[in-house]
Design a binder for this molecule. Sequence first.
Ligand code: SF4
Length: 325
Amino acid sequence: MTPLLEVDNLHRDYLLRRAPWQRAETVQALAGVSFELRAAHTLGVVGESGCGKSTLARLLALIEAPSAGRVRLDGEVVALDDARALRRARPRVQMVFQNPYASLNPRQRVGDALAEPLRLRGRGSAAERRDAACAMLQRVGLDAAHAMRFPHMFSGGQRQRIAIARALMLHPALVVADEPASALDVSVRAQVLNLLQELGDAFGVAYVFISHDLDVVRHIADDLLVMYLGRCVESGAARQVLDAPLHPYTRALVAATPRLHRSTARVVLAGEPPSPLHPPSACAFHPRCPHAQARCRAERPVLRLQGEQWVACHRADEIARGVLG
Ligand code: SF4
């Protein structure tokens, strides 16, 4: 069966000029990311800030074009310069942002905001679109009467519910959620995450769920992709990766998450990630890795299957055997 989403060797470079008189430098925000996502499944993407996960989100949501590589949706290549493919793909892919207030027009009533995606595609009459908006508001736990209000009249959690409702109005196959609950109070966070999960099951939606919170990802994701400086360093079934991480970076992230910490993960993550402007040679994690050897500074590790996980580490086999502790 064709996966819903196939991401093949995705690259994204940005040109950065620190001052007008200086030469532009290239920042590799994504340096070759590949994965597949099945329909109605959730892929968690984790890593420290600057690892490229938000860039990946924008590329998957068809907001930006990759510098190289391909995205296929239902087997069809989607490129921003292919208007016909884009017209077919756009309603199938929606995005939920971290800050719901920024993604809603403050001068637009919530009901109009929800009906707008339908109106732009000529779906239904005005009355049908209004009914659909009210029904979706109720589906996300709000009141149909809220359709007449403006975004500033809601709490942060309610606004995120509205943003989720808007993303689902076209019944997309894929929702890219970039830290959708991290700006919310802890008490509201769980409600919004449960809502996303419940709606995903009800509508058969697949999620790419970007987060820095491994605990949340363990709760919500089927599969997991761990990123470091624009590359995937480990991937596999979310519970498998988080219960028995094999890459020293994943082990350090798990060790820093008290509720996930197992005795297998003793690596402490020291210092900040290096600048993507000047990434370390070979294994980019070597300056922070307690297991780094000469080979790690000379040769970039590629993703290899280690048991049931894909790991980019020269010493994954030793870690799997418990030799490195
Ligand atoms: Fe550490 Fe070497 Fe593995 Fe990189 S390749 S994560 S430096 S052991």
